[in-house]
Design a protein around this ligand. Sequence first.
Ligand SMILES: Cc1cc2nc3c(=O)[nH]c(=O)nc-3n(C[C@H](O)[C@H](O)[C@H](O)COP(=O)(O)OP(=O)(O)OC[C@H]3O[C@@H](n4cnc5c(N)ncnc54)[C@H](O)[C@@H]3O)c2cc1C
Length: 417
Amino acid sequence: MRFSALRILKEGLTGNAGWGPHWRSPEPKREYDVIIIGGGGHGLSTAYYLAKNHGITNVAVLERGYLGGGNVGRNTTIVRANYFLEGNSQFYSHSLKLWEGLEQDLNYNVMLSQRGQLMLCHSDGQRDAYARRGNAIVNQGDDAELWSAEKVREEIPYLDFDNTRFPIYGGLMQRRAGSARHDAVAWGYARGASDRGVDLIQQCEVTGIDIENGRVTGVQTTRGPIRAGKVAQVVAGRSSQVAAMAGMRLPIESTVLQAFVTEGLKPCIDHVISFGMGHFYISQSDKGGLVFGGDIDFYASYAQRGNLPMKEHVMEAAMTLMPVIGKARVLRSWGGIMDMTPDGSPIIDHSGIEGYYINAGWCYGGFKAVPGSGYALAHLMATGQPHDSAAAFRLDRFRTGRGLMDEEGTGAQHNLH
Ligand SMILES: Cc1cc2nc3c(=O)[nH]c(=O)nc-3n(C[C@H](O)[C@H](O)[C@H](O)COP(=O)(O)OP(=O)(O)OC[C@H]3O[C@@H](n4cnc5c(N)ncnc54)[C@H](O)[C@@H]3O)c2cc1C
């Protein structure tokens, strides 16, 4: 089933009776070539690129809940490629390029909205750092503009520019950054993978990893054992728990990140705005809600819901940056579990157990990585070699200390990344 303007018109005129399910729901087979544990954005995109780029279609994605019910459906949908450090920068650059062709590739409207993201700066030193970062981004072929305080004031007049603690000195704008509809991304990849023969198995929790003589042979699930020569764990906030089933201890701490949305308002925020000093960022959804968030909760937890002190902290930061937001009413808040690595950068690597792969540690930034991550993991699983864009995301950097990518410069403390 292809989506097109003509098809939508035809369905509209004939009572929308011709739409079928987006993906098949088969019973699990006893054996596959590849099993992907986790039906979030990364797991689904990995399955899609295995099938599309490498012709590997005897694949099952095992999801313990429903597709897209994890963090891929809980995030604030920001997509950008303005990372600074070698290792990260080329990965996110590649991922953004994939985003830009994604709707045509998937034949699915993921509502990519390149409305621009502005990172505000609040001191001379921070402005210098942003100038350097912007130059590095431009040098690798991506876009960045250094905005003066006057330019920010012209474009976003409702911010508090003269706050005595955090006066606005300017900002770094990436115009190709923006947001996308998170559920649609999961659904689009699911549909694309299913159409290519991948089995998407929902309500199927992996409860054990079968390993014989140092190589993976399959998994135990709530729907019975399933054999496979290659298995990848792509479970976002549950990476440590699933890795433990394979006898591994990952350098990860899991923490809740909250987000908030207000009632729908008329269009008033054109860009994504990040206020790093106050730990606050905001954009406006297509429905009109102001979508915003801030820091992670500062303790390890699998609770998947937020706490009140962090809510207060985020609201205070919001009021500091844009006092006018005090007039909006918060409609709801929610939380998701973030797997934080010590350097704030992810892992896409072979585990050391033959045939077992790890995609983990996306901290609070893995939505923008969905296309690039699946692309790179599929490449690694199919060829045995890391994809150029993700070659730095090695697991052993936490053991050897070589190749750490501490983007935030906050050192080896999980909850500061
Ligand atoms: C509030 C919030 C805001 C965020 N904002 C942004 C943002 O603006 N931009 C950005 O880039 N990133 C953002 N993120 C981060 C981003 O959402 C995540 O990094 C990313 O979605 C994680 O990858 P995923 O989509 O594969 O995860 P998930 O969707 O969580 O997928 C993992 C899946 O694995 C399944 N699973 C777990 N254990 C098992 C098991 N044993 N067996 C079978 N299945 C299992 C889970 O049920 C889940 O569906 C945010 C996250 C949150 C919570």
